[in-house]
Design a protein around this ligand. Structure first.
Ligand code: GLA
Length: 577
């Protein structure tokens, strides 16, 4: 990645720091020159390694409720394949997920296996999974973490779910049937007072065991609806799955169920705002989409834009077996909008400016100086709206090029800001902006613990990396209003994803995933949003546990990115009230 224009300044800084030999000692124990301090230095920037994007697909719940069977799902799979065929290029919808209602009997046989109604599912669940796969798509299924389901059957009884005694059996069964995705609800879990975190961790272990036995990986979607500040009855009232879900599952619901109306869309957008929880392939989930159901095309467009700027899973909920109105088809298949959602950094957009009910959302995209922006007018009147380069963490006085994504039109080059003359009421203008990033500041590892040591790294610009995590600390990292996004340079020359926990200022750690880097041993990078405190910050990267592969760590760089409004969460929530 090319550095920006201030590179010379950093080279000078680096030379001075080298001449002073400040911050460097020789670690005679392992014979490697080691950094003992964490002086900003101009060193390498590694190439971003793409992280798994938010899942895209369709789920039965929003349109069909419990009325699912083989033929109905088959028709939806056909509909999703047809929708994909309308996407000119790039990302496509992948999953066809069967929600509650597939296991009507709620009964198990003597060996504990699900008794599946063969009139509803001729050929069993494996037959529908096979059909979905035949369309080039992936298949998803649903269960509750506890014995009582959310919905009610025609006879008034609750559907039933799983329970700890059946987790191993049930997730193995889903994998054996050929499913690729499982959503685990929590109505039964809540009714039994299960602790959400412990329960979902235990299910994740069952899913891993099923993977070891079958070689078939289930993408895990958690559904305990997160924390809603007004509802103390939610199980995660104080700390939702965004605090612990990364690495347990791929995505976790953050809010109550969406309904096909604009207020519900805005409510879920606000409740989903946990940018520090979303990274490296783990996603906040504001719920399945309601576009193409009963909102206007304008509201649908706003909804899709807000999910895309959030980097949210895009699981459609409209009935794909019916002919799609042209507006719906157009809105669901815009490759540029899908690309913003699916961007390789996997980050959530930040709320960067707000005035009354006018909000500016911005997402850091892969590539130098790339940002996506949604100007969201949640008021009753059309309004002009402006986004400044400063709020995007771009060099404020630089020129940037602006493209209107929905219009598919380049708008030109602008200095310092772009003003959209009229954003429709309850509507958006969605932009991509290509500008100048400020120079990154690279921080070298400080103290090492727990067996971490320096190793030579001929393919890394610094010549070394920390191996054998352990823990590596980066202390004294400068804060400031601009700090927030960091890039972690690492090496994972295996073929499997490695994991490490990131702890900021001694707070609760969060799991990061490190996909394989290049086989020549050179460093790759991932980018993460970490809220910095005012004053010096300490960041630690540690192994998850002794049996989980950890990456080797090279550096951490503070990099440019959208600057969140302070109090953005409460501001966003206030705005929708
Ligand atoms: C809960 C979930 C929904 C859906 C229903 C099924 O309400 O949040 O997404 O799965 O259960 O009953």
């Amino acid at each position: 990645m090319p550095l920006h224009c201030d590179r010379r300044v950093f080279v000078v800084l680096w030379l001075i720091s080298s001449l002073c030999a400040c911050g460097r000692v020789t670690d005679s124990a392992n014979g490697e020159a080691a950094y003992s301090a964490h002086t900003p230095a101009d060193t390498e920037r590694a190439t971003q390694i793409p992280v798994p994007p938010p899942p895209m697909g369709w789920s039965s719940w929003n349109s069909l409720g419990e009325a699912v069977n083989h033929d109905v799902i088959k028709a939806q799979a056909d509909g999703l394949a047809a929708l994909n065929a309308r996407i000119a290029s790039g990302h496509r919808y992948e999953y066809v997920n069967i929600d509650e209602g597939w296991w009507r009997s709620g009964q198990r046989d003597a060996s504990g296996s699900f008794i599946v109604d063969t009139a509803q599912w001729p050929g069993g669940m494996q037959a529908i999974a096979r059909y979905i796969h035949g369309k080039g798509l992936k298949a998803g299924i649903y269960i509750d973490a506890g014995p009582r389901g959310c919905g009610k059957r025609a006879d008034g009884m609750h559907f039933v779910g799983s329970d700890p005694a059946h987790y191993d059996h049930d997730f193995l069964q889903f994998a054996q049937w050929g499913f690729d995705f499982v959503k685990v609800d929590f109505c039964g879990g809540a009714a039994k007072d299960y602790d959400p975190e412990k329960t979902y961790r235990s299910i994740a272990q069952s899913i891993n065991r099923a993977y070891s036995q079958t070689g078939h990986r289930l993408t895990f979607s958690l559904c305990d609806w997160g924390t809603i500040p007004t509802d103390k009855s939610f199980p995660d009232y104080n700390e939702g799955p965004w605090a612990w879900g990364a690495g347990v599952g791929t995505m976790w619901r953050t809010t109550r169920d969406i309904t096909p109306d604009f207020d519900s869309v805005v409510f879920n957008l606000a409740g989903n705002y946990h940018p520090e929880g979303q990274h490296t392939g783990y996603y906040n989930d504001p719920d399945m989409m309601v576009a193409g159901m009963r909102m206007s095309a304008l509201h649908d467009q706003t909804h899709i834009s807000l999910w895309a700027i959030s980097g949210a899973p895009m699981i459609l909920g409209n009935d794909l077996a019916k002919p799609l109105p042209p507006d719906t088809a157009r809105l669901l298949t815009n490759p540029e909008v899908l690309a913003i959602d699916q961007d390789a950094l996997g980050l959530q957009g930040l709320l960067v400016a707000q005035s009354g009910r006018l909000q500016v959302w911005a997402k850091l995209l892969a590539g130098t100086g790339q940002r996506a922006v949604v100007l969201f007018n949640n008021s009753a009147k059309a309004a002009p709206m402006t986004v400044t380069w400063d709020s995007l963490g771009l060099v404020p006085s630089s020129q940037a090029t602006v493209r209107d994504v929905w219009a598919g039109k380049d708008l030109g080059r602008f200095a310092t800001s772009y003003a959209a003359p009229g954003v429709p009421a309850r509507g958006v203008v969605m932009l991509t902006i290509s500008g100048a990033d400020p120079s990154p500041v690279t921080w070298q590892p400080g103290s090492l613990a727990g067996g971490a040591v320096y190793a030579r790294c001929p393919a890394c610009a610094s010549g070394k990396r920390v191996t054998g995590l352990g823990t590596v600390n980066f202390s004294g990292m400068a804060s400031g209003a601009r700090a927030g996004f960091i890039e972690i340079g690492y090496v994972n020359d295996s073929t499997r994803t490695a994991f490490a926990q990131l702890t900021m200022n001694g707070q609760r750690p969060t799991m990061l995933a490190f996909p394989p880097t290049r086989s020549d041993g050179s460093m790759g990078a991932i980018t993460v949003y970490v809220p910095f405190q005012a004053g010096p910050n300490t960041l630690a990267l540690s192994n998850a546990d002794a049996s989980t592969p950890a990456p080797d760590i090279g550096y951490v760089a503070t990099v440019g990115g959208p600057v969140p409004l302070s109090q953005a969460v409460s501001t966003a929530r206030r705005a929708e009230n």
